[in-house]
Design a protein around this ligand. Structure first.
Ligand code: FAD
Length: 328
């Protein structure tokens, strides 16, 4: 079959490889001048095991359901995080520490930290240590660039039309807003810092998360439930894009400073990190379960499939659903 994929993010690339392997004629059209130009290239790329989602049992279950199959395909592009701390803010957290532990007990493994201050934490009610991994984005991007040589047309803004047996829209809903509640223009800051062995995530609510980005380059990422989204009210992709397009370097630096300040309340060592890059992207948030981060694969028109991803780890699930719809 002749298949056109829109978007060369993690989902578009993964699906292209899977469909090529099944013997189909696949081409990816990417609107930008490079692959991974959207969310997949601009996020902390944490492979969550459930710690982020005390308010969504469905997402916690999905994290664990997808973990093994994701690691079997892409584990070689991931890195373990030697010291991975999840701490509950002493005030303002939506859940208290005992409730958080209670929710996670039995579904994921962790160690309760006796003295969080020994890990440089302050203003927290309690903390857990756990083993999670993250994807080294530049490595997986290089892999996709090589594996899909000759199959990706860059600078090619496409829609769902054309003479194809199937079109798969993997633009993270840039083209179609069915089932999308809002679009969030987002910022993630890449920092240079000595300690890429440590991840610190403050829970549960408008708090920041420091994560390794690329250990070999000494880089970490910083995101924040409060400061990462520039807006939570954009009803269209175009509205979110206009916000990002209008940002100056100063706007990005100011947001970055706010993120660092909010982390410094809990983890003062963040002050020893220096911002080196600001990465922006647009996230499509689904209707209803705002805490649910599940992948949605739907046929929006005859022979047009639209992917709305919640997290990266569900790529194999998306492949299964696409193949079922296509009938292969
Ligand atoms: C701030 C933030 C933090 C996140 N943290 C994590 C995390 O830690 N772990 C995790 O698993 N997930 C995380 N996510 C979610 C994750 O980023 C997404 O689920 C995933 O990257 C989506 O991949 P995708 O391939 O569907 O979309 P994208 O990576 O956005 O790719 C879409 C591609 O389509 C292209 N495109 C757009 N319009 C067109 C067009 N008309 N024609 C052709 N191409 C087009 C874009 O340029 C882009 O390259 C986070 C998201 C955000 C925003």
């Amino acid at each position: 079959m002749k298949i056109k994929i829109l978007g060369s993010g993690f989902y578009g690339c993964h699906l292209a490889i899977a469909l090529l392997k099944s013997g189909h004629d696949v081409v990816i059209h990417e609107i930008k001048d490079r692959m991974f130009a959207g969310a997949s290239g601009s996020i902390p790329a944490r492979i969550h095991r459930g710690f982020h989602y005390p308010r969504s049992a469905t997402t916690r279950d999905a994290c664990n359901a997808h973990y093994e199959e994701f690691m079997a395909r892409y584990g070689r592009f991931t890195h373990g995080v030697p010291v991975n701390l999840y701490a509950i803010a002493a005030r303002e957290s939506l859940v208290d520490f005992q409730t958080y532990r209670h929710i996670l007990k039995g579904s994921v493994e962790f160690i309760t930290v006796e003295y969080p201050e020994e890990y440089g934490l302050q203003n927290v009610e309690g903390a857990l240590l756990t083993g999670e991994r993250h994807i080294v984005i530049d490595k997986v991007k290089t892999y996709f660039e090589e594996a899909l040589k000759g199959k990706v047309v860059l600078n090619s803004p496409h829609d769902v039309g054309g003479d194809f047996d199937w079109v798969i829209d993997a633009t993270f809903c840039a083209n179609q807003n069915i089932g999308v509640d809002r679009y969030e223009p987002c910022l993630v800051v890449i920092l240079k810092g000595a300690d890429t062995a440590k991840a610190v995530t403050i829970m549960d609510g408008p708090f920041p998360s420091l994560y390794p980005w690329d250990e070999e380059k000494g880089l970490s990422s910083l995101s924040s439930a409060l400061w990462t989204p520039f807006s939570k009210t954009c009803k269209t992709y175009a509205e979110a894009k206009a916000i990002l397009d209008g940002l100056t370097r100063k706007d990005l630096e100011e947001r970055g400073k706010n993120m660092i300040e909010s982390m410094a309340r809990f983890y003062p060592a963040i002050k020893e990190y220096t911002p080196v890059e600001y990465r922006t992207s647009i996230r499509a948030i689904p209707f209803s379960g705002s805490d649910a981060r599940l992948v949605e694969v739907i046929e929006t028109a005859p022979h047009v499939i639209r992917i709305r991803a919640g997290k990266i780890d569900a790529v194999v699930q998306a492949e299964r659903e696409v193949k079922k719809i296509i009938g292969i």
